[in-house]
Design a protein around this ligand. Structure first.
Ligand code: AMP
Ligand code: MG
Length: 419
């Protein structure tokens, strides 16, 4: 048996190939309260101005600015209070000369008034108050349309719905939101050495950790995910399992069996289902054998069985594919520059991804590998919030060098800044 020749492509071209597939989800609507993290399928246009009416940003008194001319500490001007309104109410009075309406934050500015005096700027007595400074027209007023005008595009098709977008949608009365469907994912761990999580250990066997990890990665993206039973390294039953998974899901992720070993059946499985293999070798470590194929409008991700490679493959290729399928505009992982805090001596024949911990130390982003970092490593994944990316053809990164770091999580352990 000859080992097939595989031509490595760069990480960026691999990602490009993945997201250039015409595999996209259809449009649907979801309830506003279930729309978080979905991708908007339509532009959202403001159907009215925000603010919708001139309103008070403070608790105070609505007055006519022209009545305050010449006010100062020695010459306090007196206003008579003719009405009192809270947020949600509208005064039926018109404010006349040296008159005021007591007004609370969020209430509509009454007719005649064009400024608001804060409570703290007045000395009150019965049904009246005095002030000691002049006010300009529109002072302390939130003007109608100052934030957004009717007809403005306030949210764009392809934008991921975040809590702020939920607030905007709520503002404009969207109980239902037009979005793209989310893909569902099937996870199949392959390998005759694999045991289920609760199985007793046996000689030569290991527990399937990739399966649960991929399920969790998908759950973090808020995707429905189904875990299939572990597949032995057996061609026939594995073809069946992949076919079955494809009939129910938009994405099928396998781990293991994607290399050139005697029992690595993924290449034959792709051939059997007539999938188009986008690439089967990437100039990266770990996970150079990561394979992505498409068939029947579905994505098939053949991730390496090595846990660190499996994780890296999901971050680099599955995540952008999911964003692409959902019609997102922002599909690529976020990368920052950081200072390496320890030497990394290994050469990098291929682009290297190192599970790492990135932190802002108050001055700059810093990063260190998050533990033992061979491709088979598991624990370092758990302690990582990022991956250091070292370009292929480089060697000997020293402490103090600046490196590119791909962020995989965003929360920090410590308060790294103070204001
Ligand atoms: P493979 O990609 O099948 O060549 O497997 C590469 C390495 O990853 C081998 O040491 C496997 O035993 C290990 N491995 C494969 N699948 C899994 C899995 N689901 N969980 C943990 N380790 C695995
Ligand atoms: Mg295997």
């Amino acid at each position: 048996m000859t080992v097939e020749k595989r031509n490595p492509i760069s990480v960026s071209s691999a990602i490009e190939r993945v997201v250039n597939q015409n595999i996209v989800m259809t449009q649907t609507t979801v309830a506003l309260h279930e729309s978080i993290n979905h991708i908007l399928a339509e532009d959202i246009v403001a159907t009215y101005d925000i603010p919708r009416f001139n309103k008070s940003p403070y608790d105070g008194f609505a007055i006519r600015s022209q009545d305050t001319v010449g006010a100062n500490g020695d010459h306090r001007i007196k206003f008579n209070v003719i009405d009192h309104i809270g947020a949600g109410s509208v005064s039926e009075k018109t404010v006349g000369e040296f008159e005021a309406v007591r007004i609370m934050t969020g209430a509509s500015i009454p007719e005649g008034a064009d400024a608001v005096v804060m409570l703290e700027q007045t000395v009150e007595s019965n049904q009246s108050f005095t002030l000691r400074k002049p006010f300009e027209a529109n002072e302390n007023i939130s003007l109608k349309g100052e934030e957004t005008r009717e007809g403005d595009i306030v949210l764009q098709k392809g934008q991921q719905i975040n809590p702020g977008a939920i607030a905007v949608l709520a503002t404009y009365g969207y109980g239902e939101v037009p979005v793209f469907k989310k893909p569902t994912i099937a996870v199949i761990a392959t390998g005759s050495e694999l045991l289920d999580v609760t199985d007793n250990l046996q000689a030569g066997k290991i527990r399937n950790s990739n399966g649960p990890m991929i399920v969790a990665l998908a759950q973090k993206l808020d995707l429905k995910v189904e875990s299939y039973k572990i597949q032995q390294d057996d061609l026939k039953s594995s073809i069946q399992a992949v076919k079955e998974a494809m009939s129910y899901h938009d994405i099928v992720i396998t781990t293991g069996g994607v290399s050139v070993g005697d029992f690595d059946y993924l290449p034959e499985i792709y051939a059997a289902i007539e999938a188009e293999v986008l690439f089967n070798k990437i100039a990266m470590r770990p996970g150079s054998v990561t394979t992505v194929a498409v068939a029947d409008g579905k994505y098939l991700f053949g991730l390496s069985g090595n846990p660190s490679a499996c994780f890296t493959g999901f971050e680099l290729y599955v995540k952008p594919a999911v964003q692409h399928m959902m019609g997102a505009k922002a599909i690529y992982p976020q990368v920052v520059r950081a200072t390496l805090m320890e030497d990394f001596k290994k050469p990098n024949p291929f682009t290297r991804f190192i599970r790492a911990r990135a932190t802002f130390n108050g001055k700059e982003m810093t990063v260190v590998p998050s533990g033992f970092n061979k491709s088979g490593a598991v624990v370092a994944i758990a302690h990582s919030n990022a991956m250091i990316m070292l370009p292929g053809g480089t060697r000997g990164y020293k402490k103090g060098y600046t490196v590119n770091v791909l962020l995989t999580e965003s929360q920090s352990y410590e308060m790294e800044w103070q204001l």
